[in-house]
Every structure is written in C-alpha cells, then in structure tokens.
Write a protein that binds this ligand. Structure first.
Ligand SMILES: [Zn+2]
Length: 308
C-alpha cells in the first residue's frame, strides 16, 4: 500500500501561486537560454557562464541549497573550465533525507557551427534549453513546496556535448562521497510533442527498470511515460547524462525525452530555435511529471528498481 502524499497539485497551488508551471515562465527562460546572446552555450565559453549565472539565480530564488560550497561543481576539459550547477531541496523526513533523487539536464550546447544562410549559432532550443527549463520548473516546485521526504538534487550539466563530461565527473564524485542515490531522471529535448502516441514522453532504458510502470501508477494521467522502440534500437540509454549514474551506482537512471526523430528536423542545426518550441506541450509535460516525482520522493521504501 502506498502512502498518500500531500495534496493534489491544484490544491497545493492554491496555497502557493508562485509554483504555477506556466507557458510564460517557460518561454521567458527559453528565450534567454537559446538567445543569440548566449551563442549556443558552448562549454568553456563566456556565454555559457551567463547561462550558469542565470540558473544559479533561479536556484537561489527557489530556495535550493548549494550541494557543494557554491552551486558550481567545477571541472576541466583540457583547457576549458566547466561547471555543473547543483542545488538541493533537502528532504523533510529525518531518515529519508539521506536518500537522494537526482533530476538533471544538460545546459551546454555546441556553440557556433557551419553557417546556414548567414546564421552560425546553434541556439540549442530543443537540445537542451528545453530540458534545462524543465528541470528549473521542477526545481521551483520542489524548492518552494518543501514536501519531499527524500532529498532531491537538481543538476544542470555542462560538457554533455563533449562526451557526457559533466555527468561523468559528478557521478564519480558523488560515488566517492558515498551518497545514497535512489534514482536519476534526466530531461533531454522535450520542446516538441510526439505525434500519435498514447503516452506523453518516452524513457530510455525502458526495460532496465520498473521506473515507467511505477511512475505511471504514481501519476494522475495513466500514461505519462512510455516505451519507444527506436530509443532501444539506437541505445539512447547510453547517450545522455543518465548513463554515468547508472554506471557508477547501478540504480535506475533514465532519460525522459519527446524527440522522436520525425517531429523535429533541426538536431544540432542552426535552426534549433525558440520559435519552434511548443510551450503548451512543455508546460503540460512538466505538470505531469510533478506527481510521479513527488511520489518517488515520499514512498516509504524504494519501489523503483532495476530489472532483475
Ligand atoms: Zn542533448
């Protein structure tokens, strides 16, 4: 029997209007992160530093604590200085707060690439300003509400496009610190909806754990997460920041995504711009991730497990 946690999202919001997930707050953040001013958020650039400061400001506003001395978890890629941004909504249960759920997305992109019609900035709106903003919206909800029993760590990774460097760095560091990681959920390319599916988003590594099944049980909408055959064929499980956490901890660590290879032609392209993002879809997806994630943070035992 599951514990019935807290109030439904609507009732919580009546008490805390500031946790509304709205198209407008999403649009605002997207328009900044994917602006030409930020020049494609290349790891090590001055512009990605502006993105990092922006995220830190939001984490601070939402009441998240830095996990390390500051929100920045620094690492180097050769000469390049890079930062993951790490904030925590500490759990409110004395025992469960030592267990962690990580919710992450990469905020770096590829900077300037081959020019098309005079545009050389790969703005990375879908890849992955969308996931970044999704994580920030979730962070706002958890940070303001403070009902999670387990601790929830929000991470925006750098160096993903250079080979999952930020997540490899952080996973190894947290493993060395000996944290008790329950699960890791990563958001990638959630700016455009999939067509003709009976679920909102797919999870990579679907068959590796009961995450999707449990998540759907925890949710009001039956099918939030589903199985997407191409994700398995292409082994997307190993292609984003979830994977290093699986490797280090051997716990469920999976990516939630709505890019299905036919709904968006601008992967790593200068036309990956905010004008093509569907904010209604993003808000709806984030909204539907809230109950499942909150429930993950409150169940008495760790119900989500790797497949035996
Ligand atoms: Zn990406």
């Amino acid at each position: 029997m599951m514990i019935l946690s807290s109030l439904p999202v609507g009732a919580q919001r009546a008490q805390h209007p500031e946790i509304e997930i709205s198209r407008n707050t999403i649009r605002e953040a997207m328009e900044y992160l994917a602006s030409d001013e930020l020049a494609g958020r290349n790891t090590g650039s001055e512009e990605i530093d502006m993105a990092a400061s922006f995220i830190e400001g939001k984490f601070n506003e939402f009441g998240l604590k830095p996990y390390f001395k500051t929100y920045r978890d620094s690492f180097a890629i050769g000469e390049l200085q890079a930062y993951n941004i790490v904030g925590v909504a500490e759990g409110i249960d004395e025992e469960l707060k030592d267990e962690f759920i990580i919710i992450g997305a990469h905020y770096d992109h590829v900077g300037k690439i081959k020019s098309v019609n005079g545009d050389e900035i790969a703005n990375g709106a879908n890849d992955n300003a969308s996931g970044t903003v999704g994580v920030m919206e979730l962070a706002k909800y958890f940070g303001v509400l403070r009902e999670n029993k387990r601790s929830v760590m929000f991470v925006l990774f750098s160096g993903e496009e250079k080979g999952l460097r930020g997540s490899k760095h952080l996973a190894a560091k947290l493993k060395k610190d000996g944290i008790d990681l329950y699960a890791m959920v990563n958001l990638e390319m959630i700016g455009v909806p999939m067509k003709d599916k009976d679920y909102l988003a797919y999870v990579t590594g679907y068959e590796n754990s009961n995450l999707a099944k449990k998540f759907n049980e925890y949710s009001y909408e039956e099918n939030v997460l589903g199985f997407f055959p191409q994700a398995k064929q292409l082994n997307l499980f190993k292609r984003s920041d979830n994977y290093p956490f699986y490797q280090e901890f051997k716990v469920p660590a999976q990516t939630i995504c709505t890019f299905d290879f036919s709904n968006y032609p601008y992967y790593h392209h200068v036309d990956d711009e905010v004008g093509l993002m569907d904010y209604e879809h993003m808000a709806n997806l984030v909204e539907n991730l809230l109950p499942g994630l909150m429930k993950m943070s409150t169940t008495e035992i760790k119900e989500i497990k790797l497949t035996e």
